[in-house]
Ligand binder design. Structure first.
Ligand SMILES: [Fe+2]
Length: 352
């Protein structure tokens, strides 16, 4: 049984912490007056204004940029055109049906993570890690993911972003599919946003009983012992992640796990003392040559953090190849995965 305090330690950004919880008080800023009028925007109450303004502003810029002529061809947005060209190419080559079958063949990957500072109460804790669900791309993939996770045995679930298929447009279809998936997940679920998600999805996701970690942390408690879980906003496209805020309420030396959509800030995360970083975003390449060699990186991070288990100094990391698919519902030489990380106490591993 895992419990968390009713008011989690939170922080929006160092300059504009969220108006509730311990971090704000810790930073010496006044708590919100409970008698005051609630903010008109519930997201402001949840996240504070700085992160919200930054994220919304950058999402607007992204919408404008992909509406520009250089991002359009024959009047069609290049992203959608890429989708069309890839699908037509796969159909013409006779590979489309096989690629779609591959995208629905969701594999279970299990790995053990040895953490020297793991409190004894958390020995054997099983984290189900789902990433890059892109839930509104193909209903058959959603059904395959649900079928894969339903029989699994785990203590808590973490989601590392990209619930939507497209980076702009309506979020409702993805939220509806996420509700369907959530009904088949048990125990606590924690999540971060990805570069395909907009910040206005946060209330809808949290209404499903999924706790978003937006540059925030909270302690998980078992038998009076604590393991911290932190999450950052998208460090890939919007770069509105704030590791300093996410780590602010974690006591020095306390064991802590970081959720992030992408691995790019791994060096800073290791420097802050995180023991484990769970992320996704790359899809492992999704369409790969035999041997899993990715044709497109989808990342500026070094190759060694783009897929599977990795290590940087004391910090272990895992980059999921993703449960869903992006642009086209097809995969080659890179199966979709759901991952279970089992935490074990053990001797410190040598750093990279
Ligand atoms: Fe992504």
């Amino acid at each position: 049984m895992i419990t968390e305090p009713p008011a989690a330690a939170t922080a929006g950004t160092p300059n504009d912490p969220a108006p509730q919880g311990g971090a704000r008080a810790a930073l010496g800023q006044p708590l919100a007056d409970p008698a005051a009028e609630p903010p008109a925007d519930p997201l402001t109450a949840r996240l504070g204004t700085t992160l919200l303004r930054m994220r919304r502003g950058m999402e607007l810029d992204h919408q404008k940029i992909i509406g520009e002529r250089r991002y359009r061809l024959l009047g069609i947005e290049r992203y959608h055109l890429t989708h069309l060209v890839m699908e037509l190419s796969l159909r013409a080559s006779g590979l489309y049906a096989r690629g779609r079958r591959n995208a629905r063949a969701v594999q279970l990957v299990e790995q053990e993570v040895i953490i020297a500072t793991l409190p004894p109460a958390f020995e054997g804790l099983r984290l189900l890690h789902l990433s890059d669900l892109h839930l509104d791309l193909d209903a058959a993939i959603v059904a395959a993911i649900i079928a894969r996770v339903r029989p699994l045995d785990y203590d808590l679930c973490v989601l590392t972003g990209d619930y939507r298929a497209w980076t702009i447009g309506p979020s409702e279809p993805a939220l509806a599919a996420l509700a369907e998936l959530r009904a088949h997940l048990y125990g606590p679920v924690y999540a971060t946003l990805g570069n395909h998600d907009c910040i206005d999805m946060v209330p809808g996701i949290e209404a499903l009983g999924i706790r978003m970690l937006m540059n925030e942390s909270l302690p998980l408690e078992r038998h009076g012992q604590r393991l911290f879980l932190a999450g950052i906003d998208d460090p890939n496209r919007y770069r509105t992640h704030n590791l300093e805020a996410a780590a602010a309420a974690i006591p020095p030396g306390a064991p802590a796990i970081l959720l992030a959509h992408a691995a790019e800030p791994f060096r800073a995360a290791a420097s802050l003392g995180f023991e484990l970083m769970l992320c996704g975003h790359t899809h492992g390449g999704q369409i790969c040559l035999p041997g899993g060699l990715a044709l497109i990186a989808h990342s500026k991070a070094p190759r060694f953090v783009r897929r599977g288990a990795w290590r940087w100094r004391q910090m272990q990391g895992y980059t999921s190849a993703g449960a869903g698919s992006s642009i086209v519902p097809a995969r080659f030489n890179c199966p979709p995965e759901v991952t279970i990380h089992t935490l074990r106490r053990g001797a410190a591993q040598p750093g990279a």
